[in-house]
Design a protein around this ligand. Structure first.
Ligand SMILES: [Fe+2]
Length: 312
């Protein structure tokens, strides 16, 4: 005895074309799923070397003029298809060089930013909202959203630093504003070597040797979390899958990072590693006392109430 098979009803001819013409898409026949059980980062773990960037920036001085000093930087572009900018989902990082005698013009923007000074001589400073803030190697200097900022190097040594910004997040939220300062270089109205926006490398160095991990300016930037992490030789820190995206820069000694999908890499001072969400990783100290600066989008996740689900 043969079974009766009910044929699937078929959409009338032209139905899907007609939907497309009205910018509608059938939820019962999605081409690509839009939800999944756990985070799937489009971005990959990746490493950038200070030595490579420094050599390339030195070369760039031959053809990138002092007038473009604020743009003489090398963006750490996550190496995935069609990416031209973000270092990880919500953050971008770039190596920057400002030569002696140069000033990077003053401007402000809705993205939050910070710079981590790698190498600089004396008389290198940032002007934030008219306040001159000196910088030195190892310093972390914050420029919160919509604060005027410009940078000058009036010393004898080239200044290298890493800029970190939440530009990819701001682009996704479509709340971007930017303007150049009407005076090009913002006039200095005060000098604050101990500005609350400046977190001195010498203090971070001392504190991480003493206590291990130090939170830098909690809440100082609403979207970016910052920590200085001290790690002894042979000590290992293991991290499970997290929803936040992290960039680590080595500021003292050297470390070995083992990260899912990438493997094992050794990093020295000035090197940066991107660790996207939902990748397990571990960090091992290779020197007597090494230090990393962790830059993450953790405050965004916390503020919005997103977190790893607990079982049950
Ligand atoms: Fe800026």
């Amino acid at each position: 005895m043969s079974e009766t098979v009910t044929p699937n009803p078929v959409a009338p001819e032209g139905f899907f074309d007609s939907l497309q013409a009205r910018a509608l898409s059938p939820g019962w026949a999605k081409k690509v799923p839009q939800m999944w059980p756990a985070p799937r980062s489009r971005f990959v773990p990746a490493v950038w070397r200070y030595a490579d960037a420094r050599a390339a920036l030195d070369d760039a001085c031959a053809f990138v003029s002092p007038e473009l000093a604020e743009r003489r930087n090398l963006i750490m572009v996550n190496p995935i298809a069609d990416n031209i900018y973000p270092t990880c989902r919500n953050l971008v990082a770039a190596y920057q060089l400002v030569l002696p005698g140069e000033t990077a013009r003053s401007h402000r923007h809705s993205p939050n930013a910070l710079r981590l000074i790698l190498d600089a001589g004396t008389d290198t400073f940032t002007i934030v909202n008219g306040v001159k803030v000196d910088v030195a190697p190892g310093d972390v200097v914050l420029t919160p959203s919509w604060h005027w900022h410009g940078h000058s190097n009036f010393g004898d040594e080239p200044a290298f630093w890493i800029d970190f910004l939440d530009v990819p997040l701001v682009q996704n939220l479509e709340c971007m504003f930017f303007e150049d300062h009407p005076r090009r270089d913002e006039p200095v109205v005060a000098h604050e070597p101990d500005s609350p926006l400046r977190h001195k490398g010498v203090d971070l160095d001392r504190d991480t040797r003493k206590t291990g991990t130090v939170d830098i300016a909690p809440g100082g930037l609403k979207t970016i979390g910052l920590q200085a992490i001290g790690i002894e030789r042979g000590q290992t820190q293991s991290h499970g899958k997290r929803i936040d995206n992290n960039l680590y820069a080595v500021t003292r000694g050297s470390v070995r990072v083992t990260v899912e999908q990438l493997g094992v890499v050794d990093l020295v001072r000035g090197d940066v590693i991107a660790i996207p969400c939902w990748h397990t990783f571990g960090i091992e100290g290779l020197d007597d006392s090494s230090q990393l600066i962790r830059v993450s989008d953790e405050p965004v996740m916390t503020a919005l109430g997103f977190r790893e689900p607990t079982s049950g």
